[in-house]
Write a protein that binds this ligand. Structure first.
Ligand SMILES: Cc1cc2nc3c(=O)[nH]c(=O)nc-3n(C[C@H](O)[C@H](O)[C@H](O)COP(=O)(O)OP(=O)(O)OC[C@H]3O[C@@H](n4cnc5c(N)ncnc54)[C@H](O)[C@@H]3O)c2cc1C
Length: 359
């Protein structure tokens, strides 16, 4: 018997959808990672792991509170903006939960009710469209398995192979290579560092402290010199005074930055895309967890009213999120224009003074 709904990807979007879907449906949820059991080499989504206010709000609306075990030290309520283009620096107050991203994903998966069939360590590879939905193929161990579903949901992130197979033109969505390196450090970094340098990237770079480690990250255009630009960033940070020792790990992944609503893919009558697979992520800050969860809520609501006509209802439900993306695109014009950013930072508007220890 075919599944009613098969979801590929158990990140924030897929796990939230699986949790909210009506139990009258037969549901399959696949992920290439094992988010139910500890893995030998734990695979974590390459992410800053900061839960921004919008994401906190949507979790609260669903009656969820983040367990302490998901958090790492320190908790952050300050952004240090370092603008190498304009040689300016400011502090702003903003409240984040600083998390271990893998533990966050595991927690969301632990909330999924037992009527959902979960296939962990299952890597989706291909699909074929039929009269009544899709047949999907995935690898578990050394074997290939197939399953049929009336609705296929691609929740497998920025570089979704399901999206690219059904909508090959989606390769054109503006994308970046995000690199993060983890370092040993003895430095106290009681803020989230946001770094602007237009030679390194037309987006931004960041510094985050996590349990005594320092994460340096950057969203870079996917060009041959991306690595070089990342090295330049690290040199600039050293010159600026940051001290970091041996690298513990390096990770990388794609990151989308949709330029308009036409770069959002919601699917068709038998397929839905949700979270970053659909293109939902902030083009100003690359905050994606709130978008993943909010698009999953929109899709769950439309599917729980029936499979017939779900795509129409999904698009309707997404209207507030689409408006929010337009607002974030407009915001990024100010943030990423050197002159405008200098004016805003020099004005000191909304910034706060931070006291330094006497020498
Ligand atoms: C470097 C970086 C830093 C970021 N920092 C932040 C941040 O601090 N705060 C924030 O809110 N957002 C951040 N984002 C964005 C955020 O990580 C994503 O937008 C968010 O995780 C999207 O959630 P999702 O559920 O749509 O996809 P994902 O979280 O990417 O989840 C996709 C899931 O699909 C699985 N999967 C992928 N391919 C397959 C396959 N073929 N078969 C089976 N399973 C598959 C993966 O294992 C994964 O579990 C960051 C992004 C990057 C790249």
């Amino acid at each position: 018997m075919p599944y009613d709904i098969a979801i590929i990807g158990a990140g924030p979007a897929g796990a939230t959808l699986a949790r909210l879907l009506d139990k009258r449906y037969r549901i399959l949820l696949l992920d290439k990672r094992d988010l139910l059991e500890p893995e030998e080499e734990e695979r974590s989504k390459c992410c800053g792991g900061l839960l921004a206010p919008d994401a906190q709000k949507v979790l609260g609306r669903m009656g969820l509170a983040v367990p302490a075990g998901v958090l790492v030290s320190p908790q952050l309520f300050l952004v240090r903006t370092i603008d190498f283009d304009n040689k300016l620096e400011r502090f702003y107050q903003r409240f984040y939960f600083n998390m271990d991203r893998r533990r966050f994903d595991e927690w969301l998966v632990s909330l999924i009710p037992p009527h959902v069939d979960m296939g962990m360590n299952c890597r989706f590879t291909s699909l074929a469209e039929g009269n009544e939905g899709y047949e999907i193929a995935f690898i578990h161990g050394n074997r290939i398995y197939t399953e049929k579903a009336r609705v296929l949901v691609a929740a497998n992130g920025a570089w979704s192979n399901a999206r690219r197979q059904v909508f090959p033109e989606s390769e054109k969505i503006k994308r970046y290579i995000a690199i993060q390196e983890w370092y040993e450090t003895t430095e106290d970094i009681p803020y989230y560092g946001a770094i602007f340098d237009s030679v390194v990237t037309d987006f931004y770079s960041w510094i985050i402290a996590k349990d005594g480690k320092m994460v340096i990250g950057s969203a870079l255009r996917p060009t041959k010199d991306a690595r070089e630009k990342f090295e330049r960033l690290k040199n600039e940070l050293r010159d600026f005074g940051y001290v970091f020792g041996d690298r513990i790990k390096r990770e990388g992944t794609y990151l989308l930055r949709p330029r308009s609503g036409s770069e959002i893919y919601t699917g068709n009558d038998h397929m839905a895309l949700v979270g970053e697979a659909a293109g939902f992520i902030s083009p100003s800050s690359a905050e994606g967890i709130s978008y993943a969860i909010r698009s999953a809520i929109a899709l769950a609501d439309s599917l729980n009213k029936g499979i017939e006509g779900f795509q129409y209802r999904y698009r309707k439900n997404l209207k507030p999120l689409m408006r929010n993306l337009t607002y974030k695109r407009l915001k990024s014009i100010g943030m990423y224009n050197k002159t405008l950013r200098a004016l805003i930072m020099k004005s000191g508007i909304l910034s706060i003074d931070v006291m330094t220890d006497p020498e």
